[in-house]
Design a protein around this ligand. Structure first.
Ligand SMILES: [Zn+2]
Length: 146
């Protein structure tokens, strides 16, 4: 049975312009764009070197340098959870995501392990490892060498 709020996600991500941004990014990256299920768009064959990712999502657009078949169902499920995050956060998603990515890097040296958005989307589905946190004081200790 289809989730009755999926059309609301699609509408919300058009209204907050994130899906339009995703389509624009996909076009700049020369991706082949097609309709996916549940109001998603698939953008395959993305050719730009940034961001470095097997796939990423902007609004309802799942963008990958490979094909959707190659990244697999669990990665698509992970990316679809990011589409919901755009619905909740709107235009604030990207700055919030970048802040969470920075926090994760500070705490673990990994951009995803303590990123609240990646954890909520499912680390393993996104191909990420759960890296242990490092003590904050280790960041502030000066190393003195002679
Ligand atoms: Zn992710």
């Amino acid at each position: 049975m289809d989730n009755p709020v999926v059309p609301l996600r699609a509408l919300a991500n058009y209204v907050n312009f994130s899906t339009f941004a995703g389509i624009a990014i996909a076009r700049v990256g020369h991706a082949h764009i097609s309709h996916g299920p549940r109001g998603l768009w698939y953008a395959e064959g993305y050719s730009l070197p940034f961001p470095v990712a097997g796939a990423f999502t902007v609004g309802n657009v799942i963008i990958t340098p490979r094909s959707i078949a190659e990244i697999g169902e669990s990665a698509v499920a992970h990316e679809e959870r990011h589409a919901w995050q755009y619905t909740v956060c709107g235009t604030l998603f990207m700055p919030l995501y970048l802040t969470a990515m920075g926090w994760s890097w500070i705490r673990t040296g990994d951009r995803a392990a303590r990123n609240v958005f990646e954890r909520a989307a499912g680390l393993s589905d996104g191909g990420y490892l759960d890296v242990p946190v490092r003590p904050l004081r280790s960041l502030f200790q000066r190393r003195v060498s002679c």
